[in-house]
Design a protein around this ligand. Structure first.
Ligand SMILES: O=P(O)(O)OC[C@H]1O[C@H](OP(=O)(O)OP(=O)(O)O)[C@H](O)[C@@H]1O
Ligand code: HPA
Length: 185
């Protein structure tokens, strides 16, 4: 493949969700999460999934009333490209998750393999309760059966999406909106 070109990709993409829509969705998700943890006995572990979850995580955390403790992990399946492979682990949480409520915060639910693997590792680490917040969820029928995402910001079409944390060959993560490559690009 030739050198990835973000400007060219943008001409071959559609704007799916502008910043204003995403910020409103994040506010709503924050309220849902606050209601969910209203009776929690201990601060949940707010577990950001690097790299793509960073923008969502930062904005969401600033809108939450819930007192949390913060940690992060890195799991990747797309390895800077646009198609998935097996899950590869970068860093794991520093906090001990045993007996804790864990809120996994990621940018996208696509086929759900990454989030399934993270949930399983949290459970193996002894987490008491594991929940998931995703900025967006892709509309298709290929998601891992049984995976439940508790809090979803917006839906996106079944095309490669980028922006607002998600990359186009590592470019475009700081675009303040979500774009989708047109079919066939
Ligand atoms: O539902 P799935 O099909 O498993 O895909 C979703 C995962 O893919 C993305 O990560 P990616 O591998 O692109 O890593 P990155 O966040 O470091 O870019 C995203 O952040 C999710 O973790
Ligand atoms: O469409 C996508 N865009 C960015 N990252 C992703 N990870 C899974 N699917 C996607």
């Amino acid at each position: 493949m030739s050198e990835p070109n973000l400007q060219k990709a943008l001409t071959q993409s559609d704007l799916i969700h502008p910043r204003s829509v995403l910020l409103a969705a994040i506010e709503r998700v924050a309220q849902e999460i606050d209601a969910f943890y209203a009776d929690a006995e201990q601060p949940p572990v707010f577990l950001t999934v690097l790299n793509g979850g960073v923008m969502f995580s930062g904005l969401l955390s600033l809108s939450l009333q819930t007192r949390c403790v913060f940690d992060s992990i890195h799991a990747t399946r797309y390895r800077s490209g646009t198609s998935g492979h097996e899950v590869t682990w970068g860093k794991w949480a520093k906090l001990d998750l045993k007996g804790r409520d864990v809120l996994i915060v990621d940018d996208i639910l696509d086929e759900g393999r990454t989030l399934s693997a993270i949930v399983q590792r949290c459970q193996e680490a002894g987490a008491r309760r594991v929940n998931i917040a995703a900025l967006c969820a892709k509309r298709h029928g290929r998601c891992v059966p049984g995976l439940h995402v508790d809090f979803v910001g917006v839906e996106v079409p079944d095309r490669y999406v980028y922006g607002f944390g998600m990359d186009y060959y590592e470019l475009g993560r700081n675009l303040p909106a979500i774009y989708a490559l047109k079919d066939g690009v």
